[in-house]
Design a protein around this ligand. Structure first.
Ligand SMILES: [Mg+2]
Length: 208
């Protein structure tokens, strides 16, 4: 007998990837050369070397997570995973640590509304059947963890190990780290999945 599943998902850098947006907006602002290639970390390291680089990096982040959300893409395999959840009648909740406004965004984009618009455009509510009321935004990591505990998830998938290894994170929830690297923690039972295909196999490993 398979225990009832209720899948909890982080949002930023778990469902949505900003890598292409960081690169595009860094180029548009003249912070990187036109032929620069690399992901978020490489872009950050390069910008921080510039005069006032730290401030430029903070401002770029504010833009990417603000109006840049509309240009961000869904990670490969998320669509297949969400469809399988829908087909299998497995409820999905999204719990995101996200403030309403960024610190360095002169345009004052509402980050939560922008995220909801992105989810709508990607078909989260219409196509994948996620209930709108099952999307939660929390102002702090502790509030996020409290929400996850309250929702009684069977699994939670997050790209940040420090969320999953937080002392308050419920121990009865199966923790999946979405990461291309390994986990640093050896004391906590965390499954590391580098792709969404791996996440799907892990979550549905008992399914026929
Ligand atoms: Mg995240």
């Amino acid at each position: 007998m398979v225990a009832a599943r209720r899948i909890g998902l982080d949002f930023d850098n778990t469902l949505i990837t900003y890598d292409d947006v960081f690169l595009a907006m860094a180029r548009e602002r003249g912070l990187t050369a036109a032929d620069f290639a690399g992901r978020k970390q490489a872009i950050r390291d390069s910008i921080r070397l510039l005069p006032d680089g730290e401030l430029s990096w903070q401002q770029l982040q504010g833009q990417v997570y603000g109006k840049g959300v509309a240009r961000a893409s869904m990670f490969d395999g998320v669509d297949v995973f969400l469809r399988r959840c829908k087909q299998s009648n497995v409820p999905v909740v999204i719990v995101s640590h996200k403030t309403e406004f960024g610190h360095h965004d002169p345009e004052r984009v509402n980050l939560r509304q922008a995220a909801l618009q992105w989810m709508t455009a990607q078909g989260f509510f219409e196509d994948y059947g996620i209930a709108r009321e099952n999307v939660y935004f929390e102002g702090t990591r502790q509030e996020k963890i409290a929400r996850i505990a309250q929702l009684d998830c069977s699994h939670f998938i997050d790209d940040l190990e420090e969320v999953l290894t937080d002392p308050d994170f419920p121990k009865n929830i199966e923790r999946i780290l979405f990461s291309e690297g390994g986990a640093n923690s050896v004391s906590e039972p965390i499954m590391v999945c580098p792709t969404w295909r791996d996440v799907e196999q892990q979550v549905f490993r008992d399914a026929a």
